[in-house]
Design a protein around this ligand. Sequence first.
Ligand code: COA
Length: 264
Amino acid sequence: MNRMNFANILFEKKNSIAYVTVNRPDKLNALNMATMEELRRAFTDIKNDAAVRVAILTGAGEKAFIAGADIGELSQNEGVMAKEYAQRGQSVLNLIENLVGKPVIACINGFALGGGCEVAMACTFRLASETAKLGQPEVKLGIIAGYGGTQRLPRLVGKGTAMQLLLTGEMISAQEACRIGLVNEVTAPSDLIARAEAIAQKIIANGPLAIQYTMEAVNKGMETTLAEGLNIEAVLFGRASTTEDKKEGTAAFLEKRAAQFKGR
Ligand code: COA
């Protein structure tokens, strides 16, 4: 693959993990449109690269994961332009959320505000350092969340808690975010990436198609009725049961050895 050039993000791959780091620390990694397009390119590359099994998304520097959409750019957007701006951003977050078979772990190393909290919510799950602060402060700017915050936050933490966060615009600590289920775990800042890597390696050891079908069942099931979700699960269970990986996984258990999955 040709090396990709980015001005606003860092992108590297190691041991089946892709590392994407938003890299505008002097602007607390605020998301301007150029950064969003670079995220789109990086995650499209990850989607198409069979060697990548998990992605880790974080922010450069010690202060911020992503402190929101770039307020300088936001101030210029009105009406139809602003609607298109939201939709273009939403399509990047949809790409992250639906990266077939490749979980994206958000490592929230500082402020995750507005668009930053929304990007984290589009990730498969979230870890936070003790120093992280999360919130949806858009109402303080006279606007509303536009990268899925009004939709993903209530799905993650429940309607009442989401309403409180979205309507007050207040920031919460990493510990509080963990209590309400917005992040899964809180670590010391220096342990954040290592913890994500340890979780990633556990995922990578499992059957790639099993990971893919599980993500598909959860993502599709969250958007439909229980009955339809159970049908989606049964169909994918059937598909998983016809794979070489299923033969290998069950045989390895019975032979008391580690499975060697091939993603077939
Ligand atoms: N868009 C553009 N620039 C941003 C930004 C954003 N969302 N968030 C921070 N920055 C910039 C600041 O303007 C400042 O730039 P400057 O040095 O050129 O003046 C730099 O990042 C550092 O931020 P600063 O405000 O000085 O840091 P702080 O520690 O005092 O405060 C925050 C940190 C996160 C509380 C504060 O930056 C903030 O409230 N940011 C906006 C958050 C927000 O509303 N996001 C949602 C947007 S929809």
